[in-house]
Design a protein around this ligand. Structure first.
Ligand SMILES: [Zn+2]
Length: 203
């Protein structure tokens, strides 16, 4: 079912790429000539680095969506890469929407719910530090999570909502929102159906 595997060699990647580019050109003859003249994406997508989803879940083509991925879709207010991405996408490229899309079965979120943090702190200290943000969220919603039928899914939702609120408070985003240049959405991608659901929106 998958194109490549752990055993794939560089020649396999190059061959797979050639086939992909040929197929794309056949289906969309103007795509690469258009993209060769520059990009004008309409959307900034912020999502988790998880391999199971990306902007393709909206059926888009290369050139439509500017993307920023981080483990557990965390965007700390002070994070340089997040702030730089927002400035470039909104103020330079002029996207008309920012989409924060979390997902179900998030490994980063799961490790907080399943008590795997001590092990992570020993073996992957940077990852553990990165996920501290989700640990804080899990503490904030401890009682709601304790009562939940599916606490991992609930924490994925609360985490995405938290990042959405942070985004709307970012200087670049809030200015563009006030000027009516963008909308901001918080979505949840279901890895077992491919379907996206709405969590929050400025629209
Ligand atoms: Zn994830």
């Amino acid at each position: 079912m998958f194109t490549l595997s752990p055993e794939s060699r560089l020649t396999d990647l190059l061959e797979a790429n050639r086939e992909w580019a040929q197929d794309m050109s056949r289906e969309h003859p103007q795509l690469f000539p258009t993209n060769g003249r520059g990009q004008q994406p309409h959307t900034l997508l912020i999502s988790c680095s998880d391999s199971r989803y990306n902007e393709n879940c909206f059926g888009v083509l290369p050139g439509e969506v500017f993307t920023w991925k981080s483990i557990a879709n965390i965007c700390r207010p002070e994070d340089l890469a997040t702030c730089a991405t927002l400035e470039f996408a909104i103020d330079v490229l002029g996207v008309s929407r920012v989409v924060l899309c979390g997902h179900t079965d998030c490994g980063g979120v799961n490790s907080c719910v399943r008590g795997q943090m001590p092990q992570l702190e020993r073996n992957c200290p940077h990852l553990a530090e990165h996920l501290n943000d989700v640990v804080e969220t899990s503490k904030q919603y401890a009682s709601e999570l304790a009562d939940a039928r599916d606490p991992a899914r609930l924490l994925c939702i609360r985490n995405a909502e938290k990042q959405y609120v942070r985004l709307t408070q970012n200087k670049t985003v809030s200015r563009a929102l006030a000027e009516g240049r963008i909308q901001v959405y918080a979505l949840l991608y279901n890895v077992d159906t491919g379907l996206v659901e709405k969590l929050a929106s400025t629209e």
